[in-house]
Design a protein around this ligand. Sequence first.
Ligand SMILES: *Cc1c(COP(=O)(O)O)cnc(C)c1O
Ligand SMILES: [Zn+2]
Length: 433
Amino acid sequence: MMIVMMVKAQLKCIECSTTYALDQVRYSCDCGGLLDLVHDLEALRGQVSRELFDGRIGGETLADASGVWRYRELILPAPQEVIVSRPEGNTPLYRSPRLSQWTGLDDLALKHEGENPTGSFKDRGMTAGVTQARRLNARAVACASTGNTSASLASYGAIAGLPVVIFVPEGKIAFGKLAQALAYGARTLQVAGDFDAAMRLVQEVCRELDIYLLNSINPFRVEGQKAILFELLQQREWQPPDWIVLPAGNLGNTAAFGKALVELRQLGLIGRVSRLAAVQAEGANPFYRSFTGGFRRRERVNADTIATAIKIGDPVSFSRAVRAIQWTEGVVTQVSDAQIMDAKAQVDAAGIGCEPASAASVAGARRLAAEGVIKPGESVVAILTGHLLKDPGATVDYHLNKLGNITPAYANAPTAIEPTLEAVRAALGSAWA
Ligand SMILES: *Cc1c(COP(=O)(O)O)cnc(C)c1O
Ligand SMILES: [Zn+2]
């Protein structure tokens, strides 16, 4: 006799616990609360194991090759034929003596999510979100974005053959990201206003025009982003680091990491959860402000930071992220734009490279080490969220000392010379001559 185990996943409101079927087009509860995709962890307990996931590495199917769908039981129960994958994930864990020394953290590793197909971790959520769009027979997909979400959606939508509409805040999107959206063929609308205005608009548009919304309010994107955590733990032979440090903007990743850790512990795949440290830019710090007030109030700010990917004043996944910090005994900290850009210069000069927002995690880790929050000897994984080439403008302006209010500590400006050997000798200085 064959016993078919029906694993029932459903959507559940994180405020009032109302449940909804997975095949409904729905992003929030009738009460306004955010939705979680809840898996039947009891049923999954007998089905998933470290060995199952380890055995899929090197597998030939698209699902096994993907650093998201390798963990499919814990992401989205979808038939493999409908999966829209590049495949994403499989990003490296770097170690750098230079960065250990600069941050004061002996046991520091960097997981580089900028080495995903479109250059940011957004691909992890997008493969799940666009797969769900396909399952729902969506006629089109849309998002509001500071850049990386739109770049990712434009690519995955093109692969799925779905029309893509993206809403970007006018004049505030880094060049690498805008170039991707246009190149992948997305209908691009530049909204006169900031990200938060574009976000409100896209929600209304999706409701009125019957377009599937793929911002991180979408619970399926959060599920895909959990795989950053799954993969990083698998790379560490399922040994959780003491700390995981990440940049925090719209708080989708913070939410996803907390959920991933708790699920793995409930399944017995890990014995303890890592502490999360979410890092905000000083000029875009609503989550930090709320944390310092014991999360008694939800804060909103008018966001301003050079790190455009975290320039968000009213984060969508706020309540999910509060829960993640509480579940993991986590902390929230903040760093200045100058600290972000100096940390970026260090990550870049280590030969690794990242976009400005990513460097917030390294700047934040350094700050937490200096304050003694992260203790000497504790193991730390910092997440680099986006690729160096996403925002060439910020990088070049830093090295040319053209950032106005930021004085670069580690500028590496080019030297203009005449085309002669003497000029080269003079430029390189005595050490080379
Ligand atoms: C989206 C993004 C972030 C912010 O992540 P949230 O999940 O919105 O907090 C940080 N860095 C980069 C490069 C991003 O693209
Ligand atoms: Zn509800």
